[in-house]
Design a protein around this ligand. Structure first.
Ligand code: AGP
Length: 604
């Protein structure tokens, strides 16, 4: 949520900042801005909306000598997406960019206003720059003033600040939001909130820890930890391979990512499938010693994959499993016992709520594991163990391939634990592994299927709501289908357990209520069918997704005949993703950057 970049060097600072922001735009795109300090003067540009607007505004401006610059792409938390609320925020002679939330901004702002400070924005961020300038008036140096300011802030932040009093320096602080420093042999310094903007520019990067702060100038990197001790910078090599995804002829990244699922799942499985056992080289079996329960914790789509995992863990590994929404878990005084393995799931590895629950579990002394798509992310660095999902960079805000690979990892993990716990025989595990090998083939998008969904989508652009329904593991898939539709079409959709409809929601049934029914042939087919019949009898419009044609449905999207319910799960997953995509495209929405959302939610 929000993207930050910074640069110190002699190249075209404007281009470097804008290129970096382009890589981060998916994190927030309400507005964007840059501030460049060159020859003692600031140049500042801001624009509402996508980055192209900022590019347009800055097209006649160039920098070709030493400069210091910071940039930001915003996902609004405090204050509307306006130019005044866009970062960088200005004091009298300093600019700041910030990702996170300053929780005590109201009291700080009140005191500053009493001192005569005039605020231009409604943001929490603006207090940082004014507080810094207030401190600067009474302190010996800009760094002292910055340090004092950080001490006065409560909340989560990644901050970059530049000031005329130290014109070749960027001051930084990280607490709860990601921040990376990159260097190269040309003695340039780069900052960013993820490593993608640095690829191709930097050879080495340092991932800051929570509580880190300091400053960087052309010849100096000064770093302190949360206890105010000086600290050495820990550089590690950065990949030189620019993984930055391109659309490759697809209309949207989301579409490309749906089509990629076959390949990325093959990557996820690669090297992990033995004949009769699962090979997770990254795991030590000791992680499961003394464990009687698994607790899964996540947000959004990752929460849905966690829910799917609970069915697989209890069915195959025979281990008690509970699933928690991270934002709820962190404030409900949960009981955490050491016989519980705490697993967090996150595409980004940076989601604030999930990260916080991981910290709570660690503090409570639980063993922790993260299932994540981003190596070196905050969660991967914090957890005792990690399994990477290998989905590659996911750019579409609506998650697709990350979900697919998470469920595959969970399926494998359930078998891995089943072997440890002896809850499945080697033959049973071998049979499941054979099924896993078939998944990539089942998520390939056929032209015929895509075409059918494209045509059918025109009948689902109105109505007073959608119910995605399913039983067992198809219930989390129903939740995920509804979330996809909501996110990119802005139509109201709910996921519901099929058998629960009669306990209330069926009251909504009429022709304008669209039911997307997941009807797997190999799991509770008859039971799910009768739930759909109940809705059909009340005239709800039914779209059935199944390998078996269903005469009570108004529309029917066939999947291929599968030999197991998990293969049906993956086939139906692709169908609900494509259905949301096509409805959204017909409605004229920006599929990859839906309104009000951002890819990575690094604020509470
Ligand atoms: C999915 O389509 C979302 N945009 C969102 O729900 C996401 O899954 C959630 O914010 C969690 O993100 P994470 O997996 O990066 O932790």
């Amino acid at each position: 949520m929000c993207g930050i970049v910074g640069y110190i060097g002699k190249k075209n600072t404007k281009e470097i900042l804008l290129d970096g922001l382009k890589e981060l735009e998916y994190r927030g795109y309400d507005s964007a801005g840059i501030a460049i300090l060159e020859d003692g003067n600031f140049h500042n540009f801001k624009a509402v909306g996508k980055l192209v607007n900022l590019e347009e505004k800055t097209k006649d401006f160039t920098t070709d000598k030493f400069a210091v610059g910071i940039g930001h792409t915003r996902w609004a938390t405090h204050g509307k997406p306006t130019e005044l609320n866009a970062h960088p925020h200005l004091g009298e002679s300093s600019y700041v960019v910030h990702n996170g939330i300053i929780e005590n901004y109201v009291s700080l702002k009140k005191a500053l206003i009493e001192d005569g400070v005039r605020f231009l924005s409604q943001t929490d961020t603006e207090v940082i720059v004014h507080q810094f300038e207030k401190n600067l008036k009474t302190m010996q140096s800009a760094f002292e003033a910055f340090f004092q300011t950080i001490k006065e802030l409560q909340g989560a932040y990644a901050i970059l600040l530049v000031t005329k009093s130290e014109p070749d320096t960027i001051f930084f602080a990280k607490h709860g939001s990601p921040m990376i420093l990159g260097i190269n042999s040309e003695e340039e310094k780069y900052f960013a909130s993820s490593d993608t903007p640095l690829i191709g520019h930097c050879s080495d990067v340092n991932y800051f820890e929570d509580g880190d702060y300091g400053y960087v100038s052309p010849n100096e990197i000064v770093l302190f930890d949360k206890n105010n001790n000086t600290k050495g910078v820990q550089f590690s090599k950065l990949s030189t391979n620019r993984l930055s995804a391109q659309k490759d002829g697809f209309r949207f990244f989301m579409e490309k990512e749906i089509y990629e699922q076959s390949d990325v799942i093959a990557d996820t499985l690669m090297g992990r499938l033995g004949i009769q056992n699962i090979l997770f080289e990254e795991l030590d079996k000791a992680l499961f010693e003394g464990i009687d329960e698994i607790k899964l914790c996540a947000c959004g789509t990752s929460y849905h994959s966690a829910l799917s995992a609970s069915y697989l863990f209890e069915r195959y590994a025979k281990i008690k499993t509970t699933v928690e929404i991270a934002s709820e878990f962190r404030y409900r005084s949960p009981i955490m016992t050491k016989d519980t393995l705490f697993i967090v799931i996150s595409q980004s590895g940076e989601t604030a709520d999930t990260l916080e629950t991981l910290k709570m579990a660690k503090e409570a002394g639980l063993k922790t594991l993260v299932i994540c798509n981003v190596d070196n992310s905050s969660m991967v660095r914090l957890a005792d163990a990690s399994i990477l999902t290998r989905a590659g960079i996911e750019k579409g805000v609506a998650s697709t391939k990350a979900f697919a690979t998470q469920v595959c990892v969970f399926w494998m993990l359930s078998l891995y634990i089943a072997e440890i716990k002896n809850s499945l025989s080697s033959e049973e595990i071998a049979a499941q592994i054979t099924l896993l090998r078939e998944v990539p083939g089942h998520v390939k998008v056929s032209d015929a299927m895509h075409e059918r969904i494209k045509r059918l989508s025109k009948r689902y652009l109105h109505g007073h709501g959608f119910f995605f329904i399913g039983r067992d593991i198809f219930y989390p898939l129903a939740l995920e289908g509804a979330l996809k539709l909501k996110e990119i079409s802005y139509l109201h959709a709910e996921g519901y357990p099929s058998g629960e409809m009669k306990h209330g929601p069926i009251a909504l049934a009429d022709p304008e209520l669209f039911t997307i029914a997941l009807l797997p042939q190999h799991l509770l087919y008859e039971k799910s069918k009768s739930n759909v019949e109940e809705l059909s009898a009340r005239d709800s419009t039914i779209c059935a997704i199944s390998a078996l044609e269903f005469d009570k449905a108004d529309d029917y999207i066939p999947i291929s005949a599968c030999r197991d319910y998990m293969l049906e799960f993956f086939e139906m997953m692709v169908v609900v993703q494509l259905l949301s995509l096509e409805i959204s495209i017909r409605l004229g929405n920006d599929v990859d950057m839906p309104r009000n959302l951002a890819k990575s939610v690094t604020v509470e």
